[in-house]
Design a binder for this molecule. Structure first.
Ligand code: XIL
Length: 336
């Protein structure tokens, strides 16, 4: 039976159970958050802490927000998220040490020699990883480095440091915290396609060169109707696992085109369920993370006008069919 036919009492009881079910399955069930969201609304904090056992700062750890000037590290927002997580005994996943987007305006390759830019990146990575050592144990080190054609995409890092910036970034993160799990993270590479082939080949090389990389993040930003097939996602996870890598679904959302009908919500629920089943079915897959708490907190409508309603909770913090599907998938896993 689908929401909204369930009573409010059922919903409330079950909502508190989601996190417990995830714990019982040994899966990290995570959510991207902002410090503003945490500050603004008690319902945000309550829903977050009752449904998830992991948080990841949506933007607070990105280079731009952290580094307003070359000499400043503004840890305030990320520290607030970490403090909340510790209070609620939730894990924190670090996103991301390096990306081609959301960089500060002072970070222009032409402002630096190659050696200077390398020093900027090394200092950034080591300072940030050290600041959260022992607290953030998993990091996206490199985000979205591969473009649609399967080669390294243009970025200040590629332009200023050449292709070896990827390897260097992993080594510097590892030096700062040898115990941290270090990930490569990307979108559009969830199933089997040209991009996931290219990422697989790229990571295979890194592993062969003994670069300290431990995992791959499949972002799983999908649009309803063009989501990858479960069997392709499972096969993709399996081939990364064969490289000895851990796999995590790191940023899942399922965007609807136009305000969703009940049928669309059911279909969205099915996509969440299938992707979670792929995680639960893969021994090397350890996390399932959604990119925002409610449909009111999603980046999708701002970035892709006309699309939206992609998450587990609606604008009023009510669980959607997708929420129940996630819960059912966890419950059937617990029953074994
Ligand atoms: C997005 C955030 O959700 C937005 O708030 C921000 O304006 C842009 O970045 N892939 C990623 C994430 O790795 O960091 C992006 O997050 C979404 C796509």
């Amino acid at each position: 039976m689908w929401w909204p036919l369930r009573s409010r009492r059922d919903r409330d009881r079950s909502s508190a159970g989601l996190r417990k079910l995830a714990d019982a399955c040994g899966v990290r069930l995570g959510c991207a958050v902002s410090a503003r969201g945490l500050d603004a609304d008690p319902a945000y904090r309550e829903t977050l802490a009752s449904a998830f056992n992991l948080v990841t700062p949506e933007n607070a750890l990105k280079f731009g927000p952290l580094r307003p000037t070359p000499d400043t590290f503004s840890f305030g927002e990320a520290d607030a998220i970490v403090a909340f997580a510790q209070e609620q005994r939730m894990e924190v996943r670090g996103h991301t040490l390096l990306w081609h987007k959301m960089n500060p305006s002072w970070l222009k390759p032409e402002n630096f020699t190659r050696g200077e830019l390398a020093a900027v990146l090394e200092r950034h990575i080591k300072r940030v990883v050290t600041h959260y050592k022992g607290v953030i144990r998993t990091w996206d080190v490199v985000n979205e480095a591969i473009g649609g054609t399967g080669t390294l995409r243009p970025s200040p890092w590629l332009e200023g440091l050449g292709p070896e910036y990827v390897t260097q970034a992993f080594r510097w993160a590892h030096e700062a915290d040898p115990g941290a799990r270090l990930f490569y993270n990307d979108y559009g590479a969830d199933g089997l396609n040209r991009k996931s082939d290219a990422i697989h080949a790229f990571l295979e090389e890194l592993v062969a060169e003994n670069v300290p990389i431990h995992g791959v993040g499949l972002q799983m930003h999908v649009t309803l109707g063009s989501e990858p097939a479960k069997k392709d996602v499972a096969a993709n996870m399996a081939r990364f696992a064969e490289l000895g890598l851990e796999v995590q679904v790191t940023e899942m959302d399922v965007a609807c085109i136009g305000r969703p009908t009940r049928k669309m919500l059911r279909r969205q629920a099915r996509v969440y369920e299938e992707m979670l089943e792929a995680v639960l079915g893969c021994d090397s897959a350890t996390a399932f993370i959604v990119w925002g708490l409610t449909d009111a907190h999603s980046w999708i409508p701002y970035t892709f006008p006309g699309k939206g309603w992609p998450l587990l909770f609606d604008e009023e913090y009510q669980p959607k069919p997708a929420y129940w599907a996630v819960r059912d998938a966890l419950a059937s896993e617990t029953r074994g």
